[in-house]
Design a protein around this ligand. Structure first.
Ligand SMILES: *Cc1c(COP(=O)(O)O)cnc(C)c1O
Length: 376
């Protein structure tokens, strides 16, 4: 197959990245840390209004550090979104905590406040709630925060996919006690790989920086009173991030345009529903997804196969819910529906992610839309 590949979401570079990387080379600040890291943290803090930020090697590392700050230990229960990527909950297992999965709700495909309430009936004292903003759509933060606050549970926002998304005018990632962003290769901006821990609490960000730099006590000799991690972002990587951040708003605008085009094109096909938006938020539309009506003869596999075979276009299934994963089979799960049926499972079965790469041309978008429409 020599047809040009149409990507789901690949890195989009602009040249500014190289300027910051060149600066790192010119000053021999290749590693460790250095001025790009400090500047990138300040720039993310200024852009999101999060207060304080600590640049790390991955978004997963940032979630791990948030759980470390909360002192999660053996047997501690942590409520976490069920319809997500495994990185949202793996760090709970790193600390031998017990993940309890909270179903999605149909309005935003994010954590269901109803399921969350049910989980509290069985587990009144979770040590944290990890809430994801799936595909860039903000969760129902008012409801979720109210429940968390009523129980005194700290909220960690996994905003790995939603950098640039806002809820009631405020950036996702800045509502919880702690928030995290990811700069993995397929996210809305990338550093090739990296993440950010954010918090209004400057001491928390300092503590994360300390733990992520091998927990070296302030002494001339190498002294340690705590277990540390090698989780910091390098100065070269942060340079890429600084260049990318200059283009985040432009990426967001293009992602929104892709979503708008799909919505408009499929508006006359009743069997197709695009992934939901939150009317109280402004999504970055990182990935455009669709769900097919249960009555339809068309399956997500048919759509993905057609796009793959006819256009060499990359699609992706919806994240397979965590309660369906073999590795988490023993974990508890709370469904959104009263009859115990799972919204996340339903979305997984009927949905898929469409090519959402901002470099896709108008012609490619038209071809994708035509190919999907032919199936219905
Ligand atoms: C990408 C992603 C992560 C992990 O980020 P990395 O930087 O790849 O470690 C965590 N949660 C969600 C929802 C993600 O999509």
């Amino acid at each position: 197959m020599d047809k040009k590949r149409i990507y789901l979401s690949s890195p989009t570079m602009h040249g500014d990245e190289q300027r910051f990387v060149q600066e790192a080379f010119d000053t021999n600040w290749v590693a460790p840390l250095g001025p790009n890291v400090t500047a990138f943290e300040k720039e993310i803090a200024a852009y999101t209004g999060c207060g304080h930020a600590a640049a790390l090697s991955a978004g997963t590392a940032a979630i791990h550090m948030a759980l470390r700050l909360l002192g999660i230990k053996q047997g501690d229960v942590v409520f976490v979104s069920d319809l997500t990527f495994s990185a949202s909950c793996n760090p709970i297992a790193y600390e031998n905590g017990t993940p309890v999965f909270i179903d999605a709700e149909p309005d935003t495909w994010n954590m269901s406040p109803e399921a969350l309430k049910r989980a509290y009936e069985k587990y009144p004292n979770p040590k944290a709630v990890i809430c994801v903003h799936l595909y860039g759509t903000p969760a129902k933060l008012d409801e979720i925060m109210e429940i968390c606050e009523a129980h005194g549970t700290p909220l960690i926002e996994d905003a790995a996919e939603s950098l640039g998304s806002t809820y009631r005018g405020k950036h996702t990632g800045t509502f919880g006690k702690y928030g995290i962003y990811s700069f993995n290769g397929n996210k809305i901006i990338t550093t090739s790989g990296g993440g950010m821990f954010v918090s209004a609490d400057g001491e928390a960000a300092k503590k994360v920086t300390f733990l992520a730099t091998q927990a070296r006590d302030p002494a001339r000799h190498y002294q340690h009173s705590q277990i540390g991690y090698n989780y910091r972002m390098s100065n070269v990587t942060a340079g890429i991030g600084r260049g990318q951040l200059l283009h985040l708003e432009e990426h967001k605008a293009k992602k929104k345009e892709i979503y708008r085009k799909y919505c408009e094109a499929f508006a006359d096909i009743p069997a197709i529903r695009m992934n939901p938006m939150n009317p109280d938020g402004d999504a970055n539309n990182w990935l455009s997804g669709m769900a097919i009506a249960a009555e339809s003869q068309v399956t997500p596999d048919m759509v993905m196969d057609a796009l793959e075979e006819k256009l060499n276009a990359e699609c992706r299934p919806i994240w397979k819910p965590m309660h369906m994963q073999p590795v988490f089979a023993a974990c508890d799960f709370f469904a959104h529906n009263e009859d115990g049926s799972s919204v996340g499972e339903d979305v997984f079965t009927r949905g898929l992610c469409l090519p959402s790469d901002i470099k896709n041309t108008d012609e490619e978008m038209e071809a994708i839309i035509r190919t999907v429409k032919e199936l219905f």
